[in-house]
Design a protein around this ligand. Structure first.
Ligand SMILES: Nc1ncnc2c1ncn2[C@@H]1O[C@H](COP(=O)(O)OP(=O)(O)OP(=O)(O)O)[C@@H](O)[C@H]1O
Length: 242
């Protein structure tokens, strides 16, 4: 079955077992282009695993994942990796920077690995670092920065390629509340202005309120969705099914 035309990502009946545990048991969803979708649920509910399946890092034992017109579930490893590298961005709760590189070099890494010139990659990285209020850390190495600064660099690294879809796994969970809220506002504003689709895994309702729509998971199943938060930019028609 082919996905609806207006969904950038579409998954049907995902069943994923890891280490003998049924982690996802029949999850389906569609995500529209430019939409910010929160995946909400308590710890262990399957949010990370679902994002891994949607981003092609993990292939579920059953079910389909489509990215535009590409069936990620049937692509070979090399093709799937290429889609991931070229079209997706990923933010983890921990920054995971390369310690030997400076702030801008870390942020520019995805561009440099694509063979983009040093000058262009640096300009792109500096632009995102400024936007995330971390321009002053461009020449510093990670060990001289605090956690919040390092996480902002990791976010710049995920945005620097202007991915089609950004997967953000509890991106501000390890930041102080006010700091995290500011980073999230910057992240969502940047995504909206560049039409980047965002999947935002979180267990925090305040974080989910920044999204256009929420999908709730519990024990690896969809358990319903929350209406759009008041004031969210309008994505009204979305295809969702369980
Ligand atoms: N590689 C693995 N092997 C075995 N079990 C796993 C593996 N990865 C995840 N799990 C289990 O799958 C369940 C869902 O984990 P997952 O990380 O997807 O949930 P989550 O909602 O993102 O939780 P958290 O907020 O803690 O990251 C958990 O019970 C977890 O222990």
């Amino acid at each position: 079955m082919a996905p609806p035309d207006n969904d950038v990502l579409w998954a049907r009946s995902l069943h994923c077992t890891l280490g003998g545990t049924d982690v996802l048991t029949g999850v389906s969803l569609g995500v529209r282009e430019g939409e910010i979708l929160a995946l909400v649920g308590p710890r262990g509910s399957g949010k990370t695993t679902l994002m891994r399946c949607l981003s092609g890092q993990t292939v579920a034992q059953q079910g389909e994942v489509w990215f535009n017109s590409s069936p990620l579930h049937t692509l070979g490893t090399a093709q799937r990796e290429r889609v991931r590298r070229e079209r997706f961005g990923w933010i983890d709760p921990e920054p995971g920077l390369v310690p030997e590189l400076t702030g801008w070099e870390n942020a520019a890494l995805p561009l440099l690995l694509r063979g983009i010139s040093h000058r262009t990659a640096k300009a792109g990285a500096l632009e995102w670092l400024d936007r995330l209020d971390i321009g002053a850390a461009a020449r510093r190495r990670p060990h001289t920065l605090n956690h919040s600064q390092r996480q902002r660099i990791a976010i710049a690294r995920a945005l620097v390629t202007t991915p089609t879809v950004l997967f953000a796994d509890e991106p501000t969970a390890t930041l102080h509340r006010a700091d995290g809220a500011q980073v999230l506002r910057t992240l969502t504003a940047a995504a909206r202005s560049h039409r980047i689709t965002v999947l935002l895994a979180t267990h925090d309702p305040e974080v989910a309120a920044l999204a256009d729509r929420s999908v709730a998971l519990l024990d690896g199943r969809r358990v319903g969705s929350v209406p759009p938060a008041t004031g969210a930019e309008g994505v009204t028609a979305c295809s969702l099914s369980v």
